[in-house]
Design a protein around this ligand. Structure first.
Ligand code: PEP
Ligand code: MN
Length: 355
């Protein structure tokens, strides 16, 4: 990255940007309170750092040796204002702020009545953001693929319900895009666009979603290491969108025999990632365990681990849910989760272990 002097002129900044482009790289300009910092996106071996360091207005050049430079704490430190955590504001909700944020809703949107009833219950239980899958990634082609599979009209109708439920119960909404073809439509309705675990590696999808300029929730692939996870989040940042919410949702269980959980919720990843990036990270104890009876404990544990919030699947009657009923909690359970998590957060807050 290139750090400009505090008194660098706009012309000097423009020259540096121009020279970066001439080297075939893309500049990421971050204007901090004190100085401007320019991240270099592309192959840095093509850059003569000594040349840049000697340009007028340049204070210094710093090599950041990670594949996730733009979202790194180091970059945040130089660009100012990002030394703690990036706060992502969606409507009245702040993700990464002082309070944990609770995203709740059905795994899949099934009917208008189902969605509105769940939205109301989730809101009453204390949730801040409403979730609901319309384009569902499924392991079997014979399983319910979400209403989105019913064609453009049905997908739009379901998105409209989600939008209206969000309006009625005063919650921003989040829903998943499963493929590039859905991005434009989903971006018209969703406040946050979700990229599911299976798509974490889909860099074209990441770039397309990033360009919409809306906050993006990126779930960790169940086989991805932490560095890989952050490296793919970088694809979103590289498109100029740093409103990224990371989500730990479990990795594949190891060993032979029955694993007793659907995935292994890697909660050590939460504080480890917090050391690396200023982006907020939340946890998904529903997919992370696959078991309703474990969601409460893992929710509490995630907040204790420093998560900025949770994403939880909830239903008025989990048995009835077409998708993921086995890991879906009731309204009472959600209320209990939120209440305990808020208290745990309060206990933890003064001991925050960031940076
Ligand atoms: C989801 O949140 O609806 C989902 C499908 O999760 P994941 O991508 O983590 O499997
Ligand atoms: Mn689900």
């Amino acid at each position: 990255m290139i750090i400009m002097k505090t008194d660098a002129t706009p012309e000097q900044l423009a020259r540096v940007i121009n020279e970066i482009r001439k080297c075939g790289l893309k500049p990421d300009v971050s204007k901090g309170e004190l100085q401007s910092v320019i991240g270099l996106i592309g192959d840095e071996r093509r850059v003569d750092f000594a040349h840049f360091a000697a340009l007028p207005g340049v204070k210094e050049t710093v090599m950041v040796e990670t594949p996730y430079k733009l979202i790194s704490r180091e970059y945040g430190k130089f660009s100012g204002g990002l030394t703690e955590r990036r706060v992502i504001t969606v409507g009245d909700v702040q993700i990464g702020g002082d309070e944990p944020v609770f995203i709740a809703g059905p795994c899949a949107v099934e009917t208008k009545a189902q969605l509105f009833r769940i939205a109301e219950g989730a809101k009453r239980a204390g949730a801040h953001i409403l979730r609901g899958g319309i384009f569902k990634p499924r392991s079997s082609v014979y399983a319910f693929q979400g209403l989105g599979a019913g064609g453009q009209e049905v997908a739009e109708e379901a998105l409209e319900w989600l939008y209206r439920a969000g309006q009625k119960f005063e919650m921003p909404i989040i829903t998943e895009v499963r493929g590039e073809a859905q991005v434009n439509l989903v971006a018209e309705y969703a406040d946050i666009i979700q990229i599911g675990a299976r798509n974490m590696y889909n860099q074209d999808l990441l770039a397309k979603v990033a360009k919409k300029g809306k906050p993006v929730l990126l779930k960790r692939h169940f086989g991805a290491g932490i560095e890989e996870f952050l490296s793919f989040a970088e694809y979103i940042a590289a498109e100029g969108n740093k409103d990224i919410i990371l989500c730990e949702r479990g990795v594949l269980p190891i060993g032979k025999g029955k694993s007793y959980t659907r995935y292994t919720l890697d909660l050590a990843a939460v504080p480890a990632i917090t050391k690396e990036t200023y982006l907020p990270i939340i946890a998904d104890p529903s997919h992370g365990t696959g078991r309703r009876d474990l969601v409460y404990n893992m929710s509490c544990a995630a907040i204790a681990a420093g998560a900025s919030g949770l994403m939880v699947e909830v239903h008025y009657n989990p048995e009835e849910a077409v998708v993921d009923g086995q890991q879906t909690v009731t309204f009472d359970e959600l209320e209990n989760i939120i209440d305990s998590c808020q208290r745990i957060h309060e206990l933890m807050a003064p001991r925050k272990n960031e940076g």
